[in-house]
Design a protein around this ligand. Structure first.
Ligand SMILES: C[S@@+](CC[C@H](N)C(=O)[O-])C[C@H]1O[C@@H](n2cnc3c(N)ncnc32)[C@H](O)[C@@H]1O
Length: 334
């Protein structure tokens, strides 16, 4: 296998027990079909699992680790053909292709229609740099996410179509202390995020400025605050309302030297607002204080209250239940 990505039991639980029931529910109950944009890896494990509900795939895969090889992208393209999945596989990082509008092979990039399922399944930190052809290593992930949202709005304006789509985002539960301190400076935080930040800082503070530490698996509250604050601000201008699902913690595939890979996964159901709406809405109320969930014993999902969060339901977590409990407003128009 050319891809560096190896599946693992905890990721399987997230895919099968968290994502799949929700995708199937929206498909079976509301007739939703998926146009996928994301990082399926050479084996397209997620696309295979959801194949019967997927019409088209827009995939990205960078050059091999050595920086030159094309084994991974070639395998991805071959596997898409074998599976009979219509779509495009772009060679290069998601960030560079989306921002430069060209891939490494010189193929032009365009989203070419609405996407109903984003699976931005990164293996590293939210602010990890990516290799670029002309500019060396660059932290382009934030801008690339803004860009795909701009592309999505442009497609919606041009062609109309479904108002709803799903955004899934996965990153390592890891970040440098100085970086997260800067990202969460009070001037960048909206109301709820500021309150949550203050509350959590008293319980599990980010190390002081002078200390430069990698925070590995220890400050999921800070990444949750960053991601929620960031997505709400990106959604503001295209006027996208959103239902946030509980943050999921799991152990990803170990790094080659055997180091653990704590991961965080978010799932958000988005809906384009109407022209007459003054602003988007975000659900559920008090999202940041609501419990996270985690994979237990490589088998099941269970509530896992993190710093600053409150206790959860007695019932085991279930994405469809969450939608039914908190999604009545966002489901309007589906
Ligand atoms: C976590 S794996 C994909 C797993 C797949 N989505 C699944 O559910 O099994 C991520 C894949 O995307 C590739 N990848 C990682 N970061 C990327 C980036 N910034 N741009 C494009 N591809 C990336 C990796 O080489 C790997 O093949």
């Amino acid at each position: 296998m050319a891809s560096p990505f190896k599946d693992n039991p905890e990721k399987c639980v997230v895919r099968k027990q968290w994502n799949t029931p929700l995708l199937e529910y929206l498909h079976d109950t509301h007739g939703v079909r998926y146009r996928y944009l994301g990082l399926p890896g050479t084996d397209l494990i997620d696309v295979k699992l959801w194949r019967s509900m997927i019409d088209e795939v827009i995939a990205f895969e960078p050059l091999d680790r050595d920086g030159y090889g094309t084994r991974a992208i070639t395998a991805l393209r071959q596997n898409m053909r074998k599976m009979g999945v219509p779509g495009w596989a772009y060679c290069g990082s998601f960030e560079e292709v989306v921002l430069r509008r060209k891939d490494f092979d010189g193929q032009d990039y365009a989203q070419g229609g609405l996407v109903t399922l984003y699976n931005l399944d990164f293996c590293n930190e939210i602010s990890s740099p990516v290799d670029t052809q002309e500019r060396g290593k660059q932290v382009w992930r934030f801008e690339a996410i803004r860009q795909v949202l701009r592309d999505q709005v442009a497609c919606y304006k041009e062609t109309g179509g479904p108002r709803h789509f799903i955004l899934m985002l996965t990153v390592r539960n890891q970040i440098g202390s100085q970086k997260i301190r800067k990202f969460l400076s009070p001037s960048k935080l909206q109301g709820d995020a500021k309150t949550f930040y203050t509350k959590c800082s008293k319980i599990n503070a980010i190390p002081p400025k002078e200390e430069k530490l990698p925070l590995i698996g220890s400050h999921s509250w800070a990444l949750k605050t960053l991601l929620h604050n960031m997505l709400c601000s990106y959604f503001g201008n295209p006027n996208l309302s959103a239902l946030f699902f509980p943050q999921v913690l799991y152990q990803g595939t170990k790094v080659r030297d055997g180091t653990e890979s704590p991961m965080l996964h978010w799932l958000v159901l988005c809906r384009f607002g109407k022209v007459e709406d003054p602003s988007p809405e975000f659900w559920p109320d008090g999202y940041l204080s609501r419990a996270s969930i985690a994979v237990q014993n490589e088998e099941v999902l269970a509530w896992a209250v993190q710093t600053g969060e409150e206790c959860s339901d007695a019932k085991p977590p279930n994405a469809v239940e969450w939608l039914l409990q908190h999604g009545s407003d966002i489901l309007v128009g589906l």
